[in-house]
Ligand binder design. Structure first.
Ligand SMILES: [Zn+2]
Length: 419
């Protein structure tokens, strides 16, 4: 076994994996030590040849079998299917050899190391299925900004409980599915119009601003652009400066262009550094001025709306990836928690470079919200293992009889691939 492995160099065929399953414990340890010396934690297993020199077919049970090998933490598979891709309908089928179609399991991007941050996601409105789908698609971290619940909060108590929930239970819930969870805290513009409530919320905000997973004040800004909204926007900009946190700005849906310019004017008046601020919910109408003034420009990709991922792709093509951030804004309305990975896939299909895609779906969000000091790559590269036996104040995400997911800690990431 040892001899054949060396002969194969770094190629590990199906025979080797089948052999692993039949090996004694000491031989397995020897093989693993050998793989460790290669310095990778990502192995690609491909089919080899049969004893008669024909191409071997991996059994469909192979991924499940490999997953049972003790140090393996995740297995994803690809497979050939009979579909064909044609360069044009006029080319005969025999000429399609250059294009092949493969099926892949859903978790492939995450297992291959593709990572996304969704820096605007109202996870309190979403289900556990959404968390699972996001993790499978490669979302490693989400930022949950404080927002409007669809009907007004009538007193300070409900505000305090909401902030405590997103900072506490929601963070726990995300962690149960392997996603790191951060928050922006603030009084949203709609509720700034209830002066009694706004005054009371402003009193407690400094207390929440120092909590460990807070990465910014937000979403702040204008809704109807009333004097009350203006007053509490200004007070919160000053608070952000005082507690040394970035700001996430919500730009109004009505009269967006004027509202966006006015918000940037107010930020400038208060001498808030543009490089520490994300102006979110941009469109083609606002992006140029936002970028020109040095701000990060966020785009919330909603399905069936103007700002879908087709137009997002064109914006990145036109303006480049610098300081552009994509998010799903997924909330209680019609929205898609997979908007960021889906947009990345479309951009790749349309020829945007992998480096640019990574900037707009990962790097830029990390750069600006990382300024808080509360969000860093190590949080998800070296994560605590998922252990669904864990409770939050006695509560579990599981219901009677469901088997808890328990994962061994991941080893450090490496992109080295063996095939
Ligand atoms: Zn929002």
């Amino acid at each position: 076994m040892r001899a054949s492995l060396s002969a194969l160099g770094i190629a590990i065929g199906v025979a080797a994996i089948v052999a692993v399953l039949g090996l004694s414990a000491s031989s397995q340890a020897g093989l693993l030590a050998e793989i460790d010396r290669l310095g990778t934690n990502l192995l690609t297993v491909t089919n080899g040849q049969t004893l008669f020199g024909k191409t071997a077919e991996l059994p469909t049970t192979a991924p499940a079998m490999i997953a049972r090998i003790a140090p393996v933490t995740q297995v994803e598979s690809t497979g050939t299917i009979s579909a064909n891709a044609y360069r044009s309908p006029y080319i005969p089928a025999i000429h399609t050899n250059a294009l092949s179609v493969q099926a892949a399991s859903l978790g492939l991007p995450a297992a291959a190391g593709t990572m996304f941050i969704d820096p605007h996601a109202h996870m309190i409105s979403r289900t556990t299925d959404d968390y699972e789908a996001m993790a499978r698609a490669g979302v490693v971290a989400v930022i949950e900004p404080s927002f409007w619940l669809g009907q007004p909060r009538t007193n300070l108590g409900s505000y305090v409980d909401y902030l405590s929930t997103i900072l506490g239970f929601e963070k726990f819930r995300a962690g149960q599915f392997g996603i790191r969870h951060y928050c922006c805290i603030g009084l949203n513009p709609k509720e700034a119009n209830n002066t009694a409530l706004a005054e009371a919320v402003l009193e407690v905000l400094p207390h929440f601003a120092v909590k460990e997973s807070v990465v910014a004040l937000g979403e702040l800004g204008y809704d109807e652009q009333t004097p009350e909204e203006d007053k509490y926007l200004r007070l919160q900009i000053d608070l952000a400066k005082e507690v040394d946190l970035p700001i996430m700005i919500h730009t109004p849906h009505r009269d967006k262009h004027r509202g966006t310019l006015r918000t940037m004017d107010v930020l400038a008046e208060h001498k808030f550094e543009p490089g520490r601020c994300v102006i979110d919910h941009n469109t083609e109408e606002t992006v140029r001025e936002v970028l020109d003034r040095g701000y990060f420009a966020g785009f919330s990709i909603y399905p069936h709306t103007k700002m879908g991922n087709e137009r997002m792709t064109e914006i990145v093509r036109q303006y480049g990836p610098e300081r552009i951030i994509t998010d799903s804004a997924c909330d209680w309305g019609v929205s898609d928690p997979l908007a960021v990975p889906k947009t990345a896939a479309l951009m790749a299909e349309r020829g945007i470079s992998a480096a640019a895609i990574r900037q707009v779906t990962y790097d830029n969000a990390l750069a600006v919200y990382g300024l808080s000091g509360s969000m860093k790559e190590a949080d998800w590269l070296d994560p605590a293992p998922i252990d669904q036996r864990t409770l939050f104040q006695g509560n579990s995400v599981l219901r009677g009889g469901q088997a808890p997911r328990i994962e061994a800690p991941r080893r450090s990431m490496s992109d080295l691939r063996i095939s």
